[in-house]
Design a protein around this ligand. Sequence first.
Ligand code: PMP
Length: 428
Amino acid sequence: GELPERLRSTVKRRNNVLGPGYALNYREPVEFVSGRGAHLFDRDGNDYLDAYNNVPCVGHAHPHVVEAVSRQMAAVNTNTRYVQESLVDYAERLLATMPEALSRVSFACSGSEANDLAMRVARFHTGGEGIVVTRWAYHGLTREVASFSPTLGAGSPLGPNVRLIDAPDPRLVPPGSSLPDYMRSQVRGAINDLERHGYRLAALITDCAHSSDGLFTDPVGYLRDMVEEVHAAGGVYIADEVQSGFARLGESMWGFSRHGVLPDIVTMGKPMGNGMPISGVVFRPEVCDEFGQNVRYFNTFAGSSIAVAAGAAVLDVFEAENVQQRVLDNGRALRAGLEEITRESPYVAEVRGSGLYVGVELVKDRESLEPDRVRADHVINDMRERRVLISGTGEAVNVLKIRPPLAFDAADVTRFLETFAEIAEMRL
Ligand code: PMP
């Protein structure tokens, strides 16, 4: 369709003023001026169903978060160089959601900053430099973190101290092996290769949902084997919970818990403040104490009163609205519906995921499993035309990425499935 004139003009002006690297979602871009729950509204008041954005986790413009931030903003905004009772309260509440051994938390402003600090601490603690990540991982945008984020393109090379392993896709496991054995042997191989090149291991870092790799959440358990290899080599395990944290996967507050492992460092961000820039790095004290005695850490905006107000308000809503149980229930219904709709399709290899994070892998046919990026692109844009927002993921961008605000309710599931069924009729 025709872009309305005002939107077309904004897109043009945008291209004249924004720096490099920006991209817009959808063939027909869209502008939103308000939101509620899992719904977004354009200037004409059209209601879009948001099945993509994980940052507004408790819902767009959630009144409790808005109120808490506004009240704090109107009172005062200070930083971590002053005593802030609210910061300490929040840190205690956040740590209470973790295993006891993870008992220190530092604050930052983005997932990238959190991973940057996590890796600095890992390097300091281990004295090593080697880093192991999955083949199509994204961990962030600073120079250090970009050096172990293979998704950033040819202009952003990996560090010589970085080794890639396959994501935990059960279909890659060689005959006679198992997923845990396969993942363990890949980690061992990467560590050996690093050592051959003079790099001792600093850290294995993985996204507990493997979002950019194409969303691999199950079966769980293999992480235990990977972490054992890492510890045997003197490295640390960093769980990147920027995507998988805050009950996204339904069964637990944190993705690593599903695997029954204890990370050395945990990073989190995106949904933490429902849109306020706040991220966190949680440590075992043994891993971070010496860093703290030798390196000063002050991050101007991190742990500010308003960031903490947002973070605490999110935890309030999690408790008051029983968010995790809702994620489990609605996620199950969403996946079951998608399985039902796509069961007969020759183009759908798999519906996978956990909680309110669902991937639908599109292929040219079920025998070759060759990725079908074009079909995925059509489905994503067809859904957008019917005002339902999703995206794509995986190296070939052939996995439909369905990752709504956790406020997605039963009526939203129904609307989503009705729209998806209409598109599937044409495309799948
Ligand atoms: N880690 C993961 C797993 C992510 O998905 C992202 C963002 N997509 C980041 C880190 C970086 O977070 P941010 O964009 O807040 O810097």
